[in-house]
Design a protein around this ligand. Sequence first.
Ligand code: ATP
Ligand code: MG
Length: 434
Amino acid sequence: MADQIQPVSGMNDVLPFEVGAWQHFEACTSELLTAYGYEEIRVPIVEHTELFRRAIGEHTDVVGKEMYTFEDRGGDSLTLRPEATAGIVRALISNGLLRGQRHKLWCLGPMFRHEKPQAGRYRQFWQVDVEAVGCPGPDVDAELIALSARLWQRLGIAGLKLQINSLGTPESRREYRSRLVEYLRARESQLDADSQRRLTGNPLRVLDSKAPQMQEVIRGAPLLTEYLDAESRAHFEALCSMLRSAGVSYEINPRLVRGLDYYNRTVFEWITASTGAQNAVCSGGRYDGLIAQLGGDATPAIGFAMGVERLVALLVAAGRTPLPTGPDVYVVVSGAHAAERALELVERLRSERPTVRFELNVGEGNFKAQFRRADKSGARLALIVGDDELARGVVAMKPLRETSGQSECPIAQLASGLDAALAAVGRAGDVPLV
Ligand code: ATP
Ligand code: MG
């Protein structure tokens, strides 16, 4: 026997029994985003490496050590997208869609980061990305956050906590940065290797360290909020007040910084207590400088990304997933002539009753085996297409969940006969939540 090919580490299959929860999540999300006026955009999975270097920043973990970068056959350096914002901004610029226009966009798809795989942290993972381009906020910041809060409510995910902070402007951050570096240099021996590396390239990222040995140093560090410029402070206060009046609870976390370099002012994160160390399910912030940095007209913008695997895991844990949808009708086939005619009959019914789900028995099997499959399928009704019945111009129908007996229906009136039989057994209809 040949060796089995192994899956790539950190890249998951979503199996049919799991797909229902994913589809439920996707349907709720896209419905809510549409209701808030967001339009879907689809951008490539692969971009020029330069895009991510310039957008995310050379000294971030993502660019420094997590990207899937390769040379294509034409010699170009390309990268599998590690996040979606850079590609969406690139698309707006490439398609000439900026120039004072506003855009409310969302995008769903896989992202790729070469991280250490563990529960809730993968190398291919899915995000729903939401971006509001063209408004300086804070009104749009507050509405985006309210949208995310409403989504958890619709999905039935409880226990998520919102943390917010303001990173101020690049200028106010520069002053803070030198103060932070001073503080960290004085404690250099206490820093872990990652933090020592970040100290020169990206000292703010030290605050984002999850290493236990770093927590005490982080707790004592000077706070960015003390260095905020007056405008950023007013922006942040207005955001907080809008959230309060909209009834969205939050906690100000003055140490919240984000892993990507392009953020300014508003940053936020929704965290859960229930997924262990991988506790962020949705994170985002304002990126007013990014578009100009990538060669577009200077345009303010804010966005966030949700981690689909982490949210689907919470949905499943909360039991808020749809029941699997089996067929409404299982078509049992008996005899050689019936085997020839069954497909034709079922296809005709599928044309006449497009919302009814039929499962046609394929792969033969005796009567008993076919009824076993019919029971297992979850269908409420069996249609029996048999040689004897066909000879008499009828098809038999049998409720599968009740003891009421078998009946017959003339082929010429099959569609209306089926309606009546389905009404009698109570068609599964809309999918209830378990
Ligand atoms: P984390 O702190 O967990 O590394 P992050 O700050 O790198 O997250 P973002 O880049 O802002 O996260 O991505 C947005 C969301 O995508 C996160 O809140 C998380 O839910 C999810 N996410 C990020 N990286 C992964 C991953 N490797 N596997 C699964 N989900 C992820
Ligand atoms: Mg990360």
